[in-house]
Design a protein around this ligand. Structure first.
Ligand SMILES: C[C@H](O)[C@H](O)[C@H]1CNC2=NC(N)=NC(=O)C2=N1
Length: 117
């Protein structure tokens, strides 16, 4: 079985790289296709996570932030009672990179302990 995206290393990207093509991101999104993530305008990933309340949203957001700092790859995060919405793309190339999908898979792994019963 191919290595899961959550276990892959984030690849540092350079501004010389091109954003992923539609064929590439349609293939990659299958690896994280869990009802959370969708591709928006071929430009970024949007993930909507349901959580119990505001406290869980805050704690989940903090853990995502720590991951972003570790990997030096940062999402936009919208935090509200019971839901955290994440938007992920690579600023340097103004589009999607493999790293964005790896980060999404890592966030899904963090989410496992925040998913409501
Ligand atoms: C200077 C530049 O912002 C940094 O190299 C990092 C910071 N975090 C980042 N996060 C994301 N999503 N894309 C980037 O290109 C990026 N670049």
């Amino acid at each position: 079985m191919s290595e899961s995206f959550a276990d892959r290393e984030c690849e540092a990207c350079t501004s010389e790289e091109e954003p992923l093509t539609e064929d590439e991101y349609d293939e990659y999104v299958e690896q994280i296709d869990d009802g959370v993530w969708h591709i928006v305008d071929g430009h970024h990933l949007r993930g909507k996570y349901s959580v119990e309340d505001f406290r869980d949203a805050l704690e989940f957001t903090y853990e995502i932030g720590e991951l972003a700092e570790e990997e030096w790859h940062h999402p936009d995060i919208h935090l509200q009672w019971g839901e955290v919405t994440v938007e992920m793309w690579t600023h340097k190339i103004d589009g999607l990179h493999l790293t964005d999908f790896i980060m999404a898979a890592r966030m899904d792994r963090i989410y496992e302990k925040y998913a409501p019963e």
